[in-house]
Structure formats: structure tokens, C-alpha cells
Design a protein around this ligand. Sequence first.
Ligand code: MN
Ligand code: MN
Length: 466
Amino acid sequence: MEEIKGTVKRENAAGRMGAQDAAACAAYAEDYAGYLGVAKTERRAYAEAVRRIEALGFRELGAYETLKPGDKVYRGYHGKTLMAAVIGQEPVAAGLNVIGGHTDAPRIDLKPVPLCEKGGLAYFDTHYYGGIKKFHWLVHPLALYGVVVKPDGSKVEIAIGDKPGDPVFQITDILPHFGAEQSAKKLSEAFDPEDMDVLIGSLPEPGADKDAKEAVKRNILRLLEKDYGLTEEDLLSAELELVPAGLPRDLGLDRSMIVGYGHDDRVCAYAGLRALMDLPAVPRRTGMVLLCDKEEIGSVGATGMDSTFFENSVAELIARQGTPHPELAVRRALEASRMLSADVCAASDPHFPNADSTGNMARMNAGGCLIKYTGARGKSGANDARAEFIADLRRIFAADGVVWQAGELGRCEKGGGGTIALFMSRYGMDVVDFGVPLFNMHAPWEAASKFDCYMTYRAYRAFLAD
Ligand code: MN
Ligand code: MN
């Protein structure tokens, strides 16, 4: 049958890559998995990104008095939120091409006073972060990452659970034999987050009297002091996060997918960063990548996209180009910019067809996915990108052979969600969501196709180079 021109295809294109693309895709996926295994928290994602870009010659913005085309700079907020940029041939005031993603991911945080003893066992009391299905986080081996900061400013880095021989931690669950009461409850009520304490020890303090109170907790306090130089009070000024222990793995006999913790949104954050690092020439417009924190709890806080980090960063660039009327120049730059909000979306799962938006769901292996609007119900809370911008993206992607698809976030009135797009659109700039489709979003182990990861990177690179 003759093909009708211009029909929308949503095909499994992963098997049709040429040898060169297939090799590039495999190398990209391997490097990404290496990054993901290191970047297990927002702080570690920041440190790993800085390490990689510094190796390529990016320097902290403060080191520059003036900026010229081709300069590679970065700027951070609180060791969590990162801006990296390659200065373009046009002045920054003429507008930027921005890729914005986030590096925080759903997890289980420790409470400010976490240590407790129950039934002769020691636990850390927890408070979950982000939207999770709570039962996903029970039973898994968990690693503990974060920092403890003392009043004298000294910092103790904690990373327990991923090095060979490390212990891990666990939130326990009831066995099926005793599970009738739990099974009879609604899923949303069956798991009380106040019961999600993580097991950290079972031995009493050496030499403790058999009637001694909280001897197991005392033993943990002793170990914290001995191994890390920490007191219980020190945990008051700490950020400690429980995340799944283990490294990303190839998924499937054909090794076509990656299962890992924190694809949302490190898969897009990494793609944006790599796109900036791999720009073949000095771009026409300044290319900027923003990797921010706190997206999973509404982009709030000093390190979230709702802060002034982006505007301030643009102002810092403009101040270094000697632009007249710098305050107005910043406003103009923001208005004239355009952005891909780099965040993941849901892939259509054949086992849950009732969640799909008919004919408008991302498919695994059909490329990066453009989401014109997010939001809920009647697009409430969406940044609904304008057609002119999407048309321009079609041009950019086609010219570079990017395989991509368009979709939405689930069935009308059943799905929904938001990204940082909304916070950027307030400047008047064009913003649209574009990212990698996932299975199991927000579960301890999320799954993505290598082809979609690679094509998302290609899309970002083409956009930054335009
Ligand atoms: Mn996300
Ligand atoms: Mn998310």
C-alpha cells in the first residue's frame, strides 16, 4: 500500500538504527548508567555533574570578569542546583536556549530526631519525600546517603550501602501468612508512613545490664560516635536520605532497557548536560542547562525552580557582557529565551491500558516524548505550549534525524502531573516538556529504553545547537 504523506508514526524505531547510531546509543547508555549509579542524591548528582564539566574546561562563573563566545561556565546553589552554560555568538541579552531538568528523586528521608528503639530493635524514623506508592519501598535493601553538618561548619559525608561489603537497611513488612488484615485494607490506607521506620540494628550495647533501657539504641549511638564522630544532636543538622541500594542494570535478554533508581529525572538531567558538553561548535545562542532540586515537592525552596536562581544566573551572565541597561536586558533575555523542560513521562504499559490517553501515550522505543501540556482535568495547572514553538521544534528535530513522539500524561481525568515548565513560562518564554518515557515512575527501580534515552539526548543537542 502506498504510504500517505505526513501520517503520524509511533513505531518501535530502536531496531532500525544504523550501525553508527547503534554504537553511539550503546556507548551513551553505558555512560549514563555510570552517572546514575553515582548520582544517587541531588547533592551527588551536582558533584558528579561538576566533576564531568570541569574536566571539559567549564569554570565557575565567578572566575570570569567578562564573557566571550565559546566560554564554558557554571554556577551552583547550595551544592544542589546547577546552571551550566556555553556562551553563544549572539549576546546573552538576545535570549538563551535552555534545557531544564531536576536531580531530586522520590526517596525516604530521616526525620530530624530519627533514632529510636522499638521492641528491642533500633530504627531510624522516616518521612518520605515526593509522590511514592509506599509499599514499593518496604523490604528492599536501602542505602543511606547524605551529610551531617556540625555547628563549627565541618561536614561528615555519609554513604553506606553501595560499596562491596557495606551493610544495608530495610523497612520490614508483614509476611503473607499474617497479612489478612493488611490485605483487606484499601491500598491507600494499608501502609501508614509513621510505621515506615528503617531497621538499623539489633545488638545491645556491649556489657549492658539485661534490664538496661534502650540498650540497642545506645549501641547505635556508640557506633555513630566511633565510626563517624557523630552524636544524636548532630543529626539535627543533617540531610540523610534512604535510597535503593544497588547499581543500574541492563533490563531484558536483549539488554535494550535500563532499570535504575532515579531515572526521574536524572535521565533527562544527564541528557541535557551531555548535550551541552557535546556541542560541536560555539552555538548561535547561549546554551544553558539547569539541573534543579525540589521538583518532586513542587519546585519550592531556595534550590527549586520557583526560586530566583535562573533569573539571577542570567543577570550574572549579562553583567559580564557589558550590556547597556542590564536590568532591562535581563527581562528581554528571559522573554526571548526558549526552553525544553527536560522531564520524564509515563510510557504506555500494556498491563494498564485503562491509564492510557487513547492514541496519545508515549511508547517505549519510539523516541523522546514531547508533552504539549501537563496538568490535570481540563489542563489545570498546565503550561500549554504554543503551536509556533512546537512547529519550530519539528524543524529542528527533523533536520537532525531525531526520533521523537508526542503524547500526554495519561487518560483524561485519570492522569496528570506537573514539571518545572510552569515556573519558566512566567517569563514569557516558550517552554515545552520533552523527556524520556518510563515504566514504574517513582518506584525504587524505574525502567527506560536506551534508544529513548539516546534520542532525548539527540533532541536536546539539536535544540541547543539551533
Ligand atoms: Mn520529574
Ligand atoms: Mn517525578
